[in-house]
Ligand binder design. Sequence first.
Ligand code: NDP
Length: 289
Amino acid sequence: QSGSKGPQLRVGLIGDPVAHSFSPRLQQPALDALGIPATYELWRTPAEQLLVRIRALCQQGCLGANVTIPYKESVLPLLDVVDPLAAQIGAVNTIVNRDDYLHGYNTDAPGLLRALHEHGLGSLQADGMISLKGYTAVLLGAGGAARGAAFALASSGIECLVILNRSLERAQLLAALIQKSYECPVFSLSDSNFLIPHSSSIIINATSVGLHEEASPLPADVLARFNADTFVYDMIYNPIQTNLLLQARTMELRAANGLSMLLHQGALAFELWTNQPAPLEIMRAALMR
Ligand code: NDP
């Protein structure tokens, strides 16, 4: 640590509940490692206090905040500026206080792309974006996390996106939304209809199936029909190995859990607050602990 004599800074997590969050464990060691005199706090916020909490981020010494369930959507109208990708997705998970103006970002979506790249997929472009040109993807789910993932995949230049969800209507709505902004073909299917292209190179689970039970969002016989070079990414990170990942690994498919996305969304938020490169390996080690 630098032992800086500057004023104490603050940043925190706004949500309800927040006690379960990994964010302090991820962010505090990174702030400390760069000698930034800031504390990462948990700001549990009941709905009736949300407006006051958000506007309080303009206080001197406040870098900004992360936003989690249930406020990722409802904070948008409370901010001064919303980044175009976050506006498209309709969800903000990072707020930055810049000269008393609150700027909202979504780092979940680019965090997913960085995670996929870390696992060997796609290519890094000169502008820092990840390109998934040439890949096709099957996205399982159409909730909040899937929405960010769908925009991330579409923005990465993916060849084709299939959205598969329990309720077909939500998958259709998400597909229509993506097609308003992107040209890539997007198909929607219900999860009782597994007629999906087996040449798909990425399967992403953005449902909560596997979070609390041993179920898998994709039957093993369907997974078995995918090509051997298919990569399976489960956004769930706790448990670290879901049934889907176990099935994939048993079939010798490459697979990873959502820890890498958690890491990269946090690193991107850190960079927005501090304007400094995030100490990725320190954050990764903190998360692994
Ligand atoms: P939502 O509640 O918004 O969406 C849940 C999704 O799961 C919906 O598509 C829902 O389908 C589907 N689903 C739920 N239960 C079932 C079931 N029994 N059978 C089939 N489908 C089901 O949740 P989020 O989008 O916020 O989160 C989804 C997952 O992503 C969570 O597990 C979360 O932990 C993870 N996540 C990981 C992150 C990371 O950094 N790694 C970041 C954010 C989320 P339907 O529309 O039919 O209800």
